[in-house]
Design a protein around this ligand. Structure first.
Ligand code: NOJ
Length: 755
């Protein structure tokens, strides 16, 4: 079971909302102790002390500066003058430069031609695979399988490090409650516990337990913090968040990353209540370093320091740089402002200790990676060729894709389809679109490696006649292909209709005011479903879509997300019953954009919905319930829950309780179920969420097999912030729920008695 007992511990640092508001908005917040020499490694510290004693101020600022590679037809290249910058010590790290040859050449310039021979750090966005592309993170989260997510991160690390990459900007651990925000695709969904579990798994997968190994790299928890609160779901916008929500919803996954040993953090683009995260010492020094004792590196987001000018919190580049550095941002990604800071130090506007502290962290990271020992250990052409897109890596990508697929609807057990069909029509603009199979952050992935759904179906149905018609494009209003599509449908035994969003519609800066199927795809669905053929809708998208019409009218719906390089094989194996779907939604699906924000762990309100009473919380034109709730997903078999029991009906504050439930596979196929445990604190000092996930387990059951599933709930699981923001258990009544999603559950009441 995934239980993260410590992810909320120690949050009583600021004890009142007033104090928080003062701290968040005060740039004068100072840390009590600059964590110099914070790593307990004498040899390393002596090495770094010696190196730093020989560095000029300019060379120090160079270590804090990250430059970017860009791409031409042959691969990554550095900017004009970039090689001179390396030689003169003005660059300490690179973004988006990879490839064994390229990184070897640049490293050689740094190590052989710069005065102090300090190796470079190469970073890249390896978000859901490097060359072998796995499902996008929101898809991976749908697996509720941290072990599989860890393996995916490990494989990505193996491939990326062989291509010279030392540092990935993953995992993104932002909670997302707004599907208009394109970056919802990059995260683990809406729940703090699920998000924390996936975060821990992926940090372990990337970093392993020894960073000096040549197949592990630095992970990065991003974007610190509350990026998902941006107003209107519009990227880069301002956010507002209360202390309670910050600490209960947005911070736990970051804290989990620290506890898992993540080496780096990235600041978020947004401001919170007017304080940009790149200039917020309360967050970066106060919470991250002082409360959580994070010893690692903090990197800015892309030009995030320069953007302090646009935010309007600095009127010169130098002041922006000083604010960011003082706030705790160690590396300047792409603003090229930290290289200007020597003047501020010489003018007495910046204490050199801020620079020294940040430089030390950069050098520690390089040391831990083993780069001072062997700067070329990560750029091996041989390994790059041998370890890229191997058969085993593809198999792991396919298995995770299979686990990430969510069966949303299956009327009259239409699925799985028979393998003996004479003819199948495959229709839709995403049925044969390889780029969208890969998803939004495809790193070194190549479209030609991707198995599209059409290709996958053809190889899994060798004796079936398969007709493919695109029908329409993704986002224009041309319906001229409908006739050919309906004609193909009419002649087929079954139709597989592949709809959704192009991968570039769900990503950074790809926000939408509508979350309907784009273009005329819904009309295409209407035309195809009107043929009355058995129609299976397969969705490829990076955000929850409002698909109420499909839910009412399509016989079967499968959410595939962007499944990765093995998309077609995974989808085919699910549709044809080689694999029983087991994915569960990590995020609520609204009925319409008007319900946003909608999430399962909301509070009850003073007037909960009552159909018989107008003056209760409601809409005039829509139910308030989601289309599909958090944790939802069907299977080709069915699971019955019974005998929910607690080891005690009453416990004392501080004690634990055992929860057991029987889960039986009462269908005819083997399958996996994700058993979910939620709690509700029925009466608290403050209004508590109606449900909060506190544990989950994936169980595999043969037909007819039953299993008793155990959970242990501890003091931490029952704790929350009281009205004075003290983290504690509030004695009283709790409801415990267990089931296969956040709505359909058994429940029992527990009484916690005060001391
Ligand atoms: C901007 C994005 O916000 C961040 O997630 C990414 O890691 C950097 N660009 C680097 O590509």
């Amino acid at each position: 079971m995934i239980r993260l007992k410590s992810w909320t511990a120690g949050f009583s640092f600021i004890t009142s909302l007033t104090a928080l508001l003062m701290a968040v908005s005060s740039s004068a917040y100072t840390t009590s102790s600059a964590p110099l020499n914070y790593r307990n490694d004498t040899q390393m510290n002596e090495f770094i002390d010696d190196l730093m004693s020989r560095m000029t101020l300019e060379e120090k600022c160079g270590q804090l500066t990250m430059s970017a590679g860009h791409w031409n037809n042959t691969g990554p290249v550095v900017k004009q003058g970039g090689l001179d910058d390396i030689k003169e010590g003005r660059i300490g790290s690179f973004l988006s430069v990879y490839g064994a040859d390229m990184t070897y050449q640049l490293q050689q310039v740094a190590v052989e031609n710069s005065r102090l021979h300090i190796p470079l750090l190469f970073s890249h966005d390896v978000i859901h695979g490097f060359r072998t592309i796995f499902p996008v993170p929101i898809g991976q989260a749908s697996s509720w399988d941290p072990d599989a997510v860890e393996e995916a991160a490990h494989i990505a690390a193996v491939e990326a490090t062989a291509s010279g990459v030392h540092w990935t900007y993953a995992p993104m651990v932002d909670i997302a409650r707004d599907p208009r925000w394109g970056r919802i695709v990059e995260g683990w969904g809406e729940d703090p516990l699920l998000c924390s579990a996936m975060t821990v798994a992926s940090v372990h997968g990337y970093q392993g337990n020894d960073l000096s190994r040549s197949d592990t790299l630095l992970a990065c928890a991003k974007h610190f913090v509350a990026y998902g609160t941006i107003e209107g779901g519009r990227d880069y916008n301002s956010g507002e968040v209360t202390e309670r929500t910050l600490r209960e919803v947005y911070l736990p996954s970051f804290h989990a990353a620290v506890d898992a040993g993540v080496e780096t953090f990235m600041s978020a683009f947004n401001d919170i209540g007017g304080v940009p995260c790149h200039a917020n010492p309360y967050l970066t020094r106060g919470i991250l370093r002082d409360e959580w004792a994070f010893p690692g590196l903090v990197v800015s987001d892309y030009t995030g320091i320069k953007e302090l000018l646009n935010h309007g919190v600095a009127d010169t580049r130098e002041k922006a740089g000083i604010r960011a550095l003082k706030a705790g941002v160690d590396i300047d990604m792409l603003s090229d402002i930290y290289n200007e800071l020597p003047a501020a130090v010489k003018a007495g506007d910046l204490d050199i200790s801020y620079i020294d502290e940040a430089v030390r962290r950069v050098l520690v990271a390089k040391y831990k990676l083993g780069l001072f020992e062997d700067p070329y250990r990560y750029c091996s052409g041989k390994k790059e060729a041998q370890q890229s897109l191997t058969h085993e890596h593809r198999a792991a990508a396919r298995e995770l894709a299979e686990k990430s697929i969510v069966l949303l609807k299956n009327n009259n057990a239409l699925l799985p389809l028979s393998k003996n069909m004479d003819s199948v029509a495959v229709i839709g603009p995403l049925a044969d679109e390889p780029h969208s199979c890969l998803g939004s952050w495809a790193a070194a992935g190549k479209a030609e490696d991707a198995v599209t759904i059409l290709t996958g179906l053809k190889s899994h149905l060798p004796d079936t006649q398969i007709t493919y018609v695109q029908g329409c494009s993704i986002d224009d209003d041309d319906t001229s292909g409908f006739a050919e599509a309906t004609n193909a449908a009419n002649q087929a035994d079954a139709v597989i209709l592949v709809l959704g969003e192009h991968r570039d519609m769900s990503a950074e800066a790809k926000c939408r005011t509508s979350i309907d199927l784009p273009g005329v795809q819904n009309d295409l669905a209407k035309a195809i479903i009107a043929t009355e053929k058995p129609v299976v809708v397969v969705l490829m998208n990076g955000r929850p879509l409002s698909i109420s019409w499909l839910e009412e009218n399509a016989p079967a719906i499968v959410e595939a997300w962007y499944p990765g390089v093995e998309a077609g094989n995974a989808v085919a194996r699910i549709l044809l019953g080689d694999v029983n779907p087991s994915g569960k939604l990590p995020v609520t699906f609204p009925r319409s954009v008007g319900q946003i924000p909608i999430y399962y762990n909301h509070r009850n309100t003073g007037r909960p919905f009552d159909a018989a009473d107008t003056y209760t919380t409601r809409y005039l034109d829509s139910p308030i319930t989601p289309l599909y709730p958090f944790g939802y997903g069907l299977s080709y078999t069915s699971f019955a829950y019974d005998a929910l029991s607690l080891s005690e009906a009453e416990i004392n504050e501080g004690d634990s309780v055992e929860v057991t439930v029987n889960v039986t596979n009462d269908g005819e196929r083997e399958g996996s179920e994700v058993v979910q445990l939620y709690i509700r604190d029925l009466v608290g000092d403050t209004a508590r969420p109606v449900r909060e996930l506190r544990g989950f387990k994936r169980v595999f059951l043969l037909p007819g097999e039953a299993r008793t599933v155990h959970f242990t709930l501890t003091e931490d699981d029952f704790s929350c912030y009281d009205a004075a923001m003290t983290w504690r258990v509030e004695p009283g009544r709790f409801q415990i729920f267990v089931g296969g999603n956040s709505v359909d559950t058994l429940s029992k009441e527990l009484l916690i008695k005060g001391k």
